[in-house]
Ligand binder design. Structure first.
Ligand SMILES: Cc1cc2nc3c(=O)[nH]c(=O)nc-3n(C[C@H](O)[C@H](O)[C@H](O)COP(=O)(O)O)c2cc1C
Length: 198
């Protein structure tokens, strides 16, 4: 580790993880806490990293959107088994612009697009339904009624930018077997680095 830019490390690790067919190369784990302190965690696709911003794609009907935009706190976890490296990311959060949402939606698999239409008009993501048959029936109806190729992203499709100001790296892959743990803090536009006890 020679650079003090943790974003550079993460980007390099993702590229290398993809080369090594690491199944975690394109995903992340988003932990949230409501203002009352109720914790939750879920797997998400990490769509992109630009500067110190981690881009995620989600639906406004989901609990995670409500927590993120309702004053909740987050920590993002990246773990690349192929590299034996973990990153914990925290900071501020902003709503992503429409361009990102439009572009990401066009790349979405058809099944996910049908679900977004379901969340838009019928029922919130993560809510309960009568049975699986009822869900499958709803999706069949949407399939018949909507022509995906002619559609833009529904209104509730959204993106979040996690703006990192604090990144902790844990590297297990050391020859001397003493793990390397470091904290990177963004201060006045530059990353400051401190070594931590692993
Ligand atoms: C590999 C993987 C990738 C996922 N990617 C996304 C994603 O990019 N966006 C999303 O909203 N949910 C994604 N999910 C589903 C979430 O983990 C979660 O089940 C869903 O978003 C509902 O979360 P919530 O109830 O906390 O809002 C993914 C799940 C897995 C296993």
């Amino acid at each position: 580790m020679s650079s003090t830019d943790p974003i550079r490390h993460i980007k390099d690790d993702r590229v290398q993880a993809r080369r090594l067919d690491d199944t975690n190369a394109d995903i992340c784990f988003l932990a949230l806490a409501t203002p009352e302190g109720r914790a939750s965690v879920r797997t998400l696709v990490l769509r992109d990293i630009t500067q110190n911003r981690f881009l995620l794609f989600m639906n406004q009907s989901s609990p995670k959107w409500k927590i993120l935009t309702g004053g909740g706190d987050y920590e993002l976890l990246l773990w690349y088994p192929s590299m034996q490296r973990q990153y914990r990311v925290s900071g501020a959060m902003e709503i992503a612009d429409d361009d990102f949402v439009k572009r990401s939606w066009q790349r979405r698999p058809r099944g996910s697009k049908y679900l977004d239409i379901l969340y838009e008009h019928t029922i919130d993501q993560s809510s309960y339904t009568e049975s699986r048959e009822q869900l499958v029936g709803e999706i069949s109806r949407i399939r018949r009624e909507y022509v995906l190729d002619e559609m833009d992203a529904p209104q509730k499709v959204a993106g979040i930018e996690l703006v990192a100001t604090r990144i902790e790296m844990l590297d297990l892959n050391r020859e001397d077997r003493i793990h390397d743990r470091r904290m990177f803090l963004l201060e006045d536009g530059a990353w400051a680095e401190r070594v931590m006890i692993p």
